[in-house]
Each structure stands twice: as C-alpha cells, then as structure tokens.
Design a protein around this ligand. Structure first.
Ligand SMILES: Cc1cc2nc3c(=O)[nH]c(=O)nc-3n(C[C@H](O)[C@H](O)[C@H](O)COP(=O)(O)O)c2cc1C
Length: 234
C-alpha cells in the first residue's frame, strides 16, 4: 500500500468482525512497530497482545465501567449539549463517535485482538506512541482495522495491569489499548480541521503561510475509492 493511503485513511475502525488476525499478520504488524523511534533509542516498551477469551472476559467489564465514567465526567458537557441539540453538525459528529466508542465497549469480548502498550521509566510518556501508530499503519496495510483507546487509564489502570500480569514496582506504565480486527465498515479519508487552521509560523497566531482547504491526497481532488467492503466508516 502507498504510504499516503495509509496516512490518510487509518481511521478509528472500532466495528470489526470476529475473524481472528493470523499470527503472520500480527508478526508483520509488530515487526514494523518496533522500527519506530523512542527517546534515546531506549526501546523501553512492551507490547502485550490479548486474544484469550478468558482474559478478554476479565477486561471487558473494566472497559465498560471506564467508558461509562468517561461519558459521566470528561465528556458530560458534550453529552448534555448533544442531548439538547442532537441535529447540530457538532452534536451529530459527537454522537457518531459516542455510538462507535460504545459499540467497542459493548462488544469488547468479540473483538479478536488487542494490543496493550507499556512504556518504562519514560517521563514524557511519549516514547511508545510512534510505535503504536506504526502498528496501526501497518495493520491498515494488511486490511486490519484498529482503534487506539486510552479510556482504561481512567480508574482501572492498576486492575488491568494485574489482569495482564504486569510486574509491579518496575516502572511499567500502561499507555494504551488498541483494538484489532477486520472492519465491517469501509475505509475513508479522515475528515479534519484544515492544517492551516491549526498551524502557525514563528509566533502563535500568525498565519502558517499556506492554505490547504481540501485534502492533498488523493491528488487533484479525486475522490478516494476504498478497495473493499461496503458500510459506514465510524
Ligand atoms: C490518545 C487517544 C486516546 C483515545 N482514546 C479512545 C478511547 O478511549 N476510546 C475510543 O473508542 N476511542 C479513543 N480514541 C480514538 C479517537 O476517538 C479517534 O481517533 C477520533 O475520534 C478520530 O476518529 P477517526 O479517525 O475515525 O475520524 C483515542 C484516540 C487517541 C489519539
């Protein structure tokens, strides 16, 4: 797959089927992931793959509790705003993400594979994320959908570490949990606020000097045609 196709179309693909992700595909994904940079090239990371139904059965209730808490705390104002005005563009967008996120929570045990990312003695916490994103891009190239989640960190980090047998007291920090599976929706270019609206040059607030009103890929404004699967991407 062309690099730009992966960069532009790696969306949060939470809705996936139950088909397992074969080990050779998992190996290619992780082998690509560990090429990523880390601070000082310390590679102080661990990637824990979870596909055992018994382990997923223990994690699913924690995931659902965490997402319930998220809606009632961090996202409470947006939940209320969407309830008050469900037809506004902002509410529709939020409700789409909420439905999709809730689907992942409700179907946690049916998702074939999760990758938990851990980082050790990393004060920035950032050293794991290039590798995690590389894993997600590599999965995209394999036709495997992914969704990066951090919600388990809300109140359940210790319980998850215990379920996963992470040795305590050695500085391991759980950074994220990424779901993997074959999507039921279709790939699409991620719609985002344009680069020139979120970028400055030299001084905060100063124009970056160019405008990109439409995605530059596919070239010449061509519509992206996904190579597979019908359905709605969310
Ligand atoms: C740091 C981080 C944390 C995230 N945590 C969650 C999460 O806990 N649950 C979830 O369903 N999605 C989570 N996401 C996924 C985002 O909601 C998703 O990337 C965003 O809505 C854009 O989706 P799109 O690429 O399909 O447009 C997280 C993404 C990031 C980068």
């Amino acid at each position: 797959m062309e690099l730009h196709e992966a960069l532009y179309t790696t969306r949060a693909m939470r809705r996936v089927g139950t088909d397992p992700v074969p080990y050779d595909v998992q190996a290619r994904i992780l082998d690509a992931a560990v090429r990523a940079p880390s601070g000082g090239n310390t590679q102080g990371w661990r990637f824990l793959l979870v596909d055992d139904p018994a382990v997923k059965d223990r994690l699913g209730p924690l995931y659902r509790e965490a997402i319930d808490t998220l809606w009632k705390t961090v996202y409470a104002p947006r939940v209320a705003a969407a309830a008050a005005d469900p037809d506004s563009a902002e509410s529709r967008q939020f409700l789409r993400v909420q439905r999709s996120s809730q689907w992942l929570a409700d179907n946690f045990e049916r998702v074939p594979l999760f990758l938990f990312g851990f980082v050790q003695h990393d004060p920035t916490g950032g050293s794991i994320f290039p590798a995690v994103w590389s894993a997600m891009l590599a999965a995209r190239a394999e036709g495997v959908g992914t969704a990066l989640t951090a919600v388990l960190g809300i109140g359940h980090r210790d319980a998850v570490m215990e379920v996963l047998g992470v040795p305590p007291g050695r500085g391991w920090h759980m950074s994220c949990c990424v779901s993997f599976g074959y999507p039921t929706g279709r790939w699409d270019v991620a719609p985002r606020t344009s680069a020139h609206e979120v970028a400055y040059r030299n001084t905060w607030g100063e124009s970056v000097g160019f405008e990109v009103p439409e995605p530059l890929w596919p070239a010449n404004g061509a519509a992206y045609v996904a190579n597979s699967l019908a359905g709605e991407a969310e």
